[in-house]
Design a protein around this ligand. Structure first.
Ligand code: GMT
Length: 375
């Protein structure tokens, strides 16, 4: 199949999933055309069957806001016609599903029917999409997609309760290549924990909905009873406040803010426990990444997280904001070598349920369904 993939090419989870999906589909022989405003970070355009088409948004002094959707629709039309693309798969509804609908209408005028598959990822529904400024357009474009998928049962439920959706929504969970997380050269724990402390880790874009102060509070409580360090990976608006909080609590020497790093897998490899305290999270791809690296997860039970982090098996969950409960659960693992080893293995085994081999064919089936709609 010749497939166009549209996504946010940045570090966000939806972009990561879309890029990995494109790479895996290309390996299976499909021709994959990424249509984005910059090259997706994890994309190697020299790989066979992978093509990249940049959306150019021209600056014009009259515009306070550049009309990105227009440029995207135009690029979709142009790429579909010149490359013979059979189907578009857009990740994150806003504004991609809307731009795809416009492209579809333009192409119809030219006698070409273009099926559109829309994958809902999270805040496109739970935060941005619900906003009255976007809701009518988001509802309309989701309903106009030929096939709609969501990354968790929880997100499907949220979508159906917040929007009037006429389409069926197929749940296709995110996936992971567990092989990538097996470090053959060993994990150099001493680099981060010279005194053999436990290593706790958090990774996010540090926005408000991640409840970053809770991460620091949970760790503050952990380190009172167990020698440990906290690795904070990623960056975002809540980082400065968290650094301040760590200083005020007198634990700044134990909390290492490492920023946006490409060493995520090596840092996960040396970690004992992952913290994810989000207020809302449709899936929690980062929790799955931790589990693939054999790191159990202490998380909130928000949104789709419990579909990934199984309470009492791959880690533990508690209601968002239940800092004390999360800390006690974390300590129950960190203070028991045998239990920690067992949870590490269980986390890894469960991560394998989200393998490429299991999930990618589900997308291929969705494409066949969308294509069948033409006839
Ligand atoms: O909202 C975000 O944090 C970004 C968003 C994205 O587009 O990267 O993440 C969402 O999609 C990820 C991939 O499907 C999920 O793993 C995240 O849980 C989800 N984020 C939220 O729901 C907050």
């Amino acid at each position: 199949m010749k497939i166009g993939i549209v996504c946010y090419p940045t570090y966000g989870g939806s972009g990561v999933v879309a890029t990995e999906l494109g790479i895996q589909l290309a390996k299976k022989g499909h021709e994959i055309h990424f249509i984005t405003y910059s090259q997706p970070v994890r994309l190697d355009i020299l790989e066979p069957n992978i093509f990249y088409h940049e959306v150019n948004v021209h600056d014009y002094p009259l515009f306070e806001y550049q009309p990105y959707e227009l440029a995207l629709s135009s690029k979709m039309v142009d790429t579909v016609l010149t490359e013979g693309i059979e189907l578009l798969h857009v990740h994150y509804a806003i504004p991609h599903a809307y731009a795809a609908y416009m492209a579809k209408k333009i192409l119809l005028e030219k006698g070409k029917y273009l099926p559109v598959v829309t994958t809902l990822h999270g805040t496109d529904i739970t935060l941005v999409g619900k906003n009255p400024s976007y809701k009518p357009a988001a509802t309309f474009s989701i309903n106009k997609s030929d096939v709609v998928t969501s990354v968790s049962e929880s997100l499907k439920k949220d979508t159906l309760s917040s929007f009037v959706i006429k389409n069926d929504i197929k749940v296709i969970p995110n996936f992971i290549d567990t092989d990538l997380y097996q470090m053959n050269d060993g994990c150099n724990r001493a680099q981060m924990a010279p005194n053999n402390e436990r290593i706790v880790i958090h990774i996010s874009n540090m926005r408000k909905l991640k409840r970053i102060p809770d991460v620091i509070s949970v760790f503050h409580r952990i380190q009172q009873e167990e020698e440990s360090v906290l690795l904070m990976l990623g960056d975002g608006p809540e980082r400065e406040r968290a650094e301040q909080q760590a200083r005020e609590l007198g634990i700044a020497n134990k909390v290492k803010f490492l920023g946006k790093t490409s060493e995520v897998r090596r840092l996960l490899c040396m970690s004992d426990l992952f913290l994810l305290t989000s207020e809302n999270e449709s899936f929690g791809l980062v929790a799955l990444e931790a589990m693939a690296a054999k790191v159990p997860v202490i998380s909130s039970n928000a949104g789709g997280i419990p579909e990934v982090n199984i309470h009492g098996v791959t880690g533990y969950t508690a209601a968002p904001g239940e800092v004390e409960e999360m800390a006690v659960l974390a300590l129950s693992l960190l203070q028991d070598d045998e239990k920690l080893a067992q949870f590490k293995q269980q986390a890894f085994e469960h991560a394998k349920e989200f393998s490429i081999e299991k999930i990618v064919p589900m997308y291929e089936a969705a494409y066949h369904k969308a294509l069948a709609a033409i006839h």
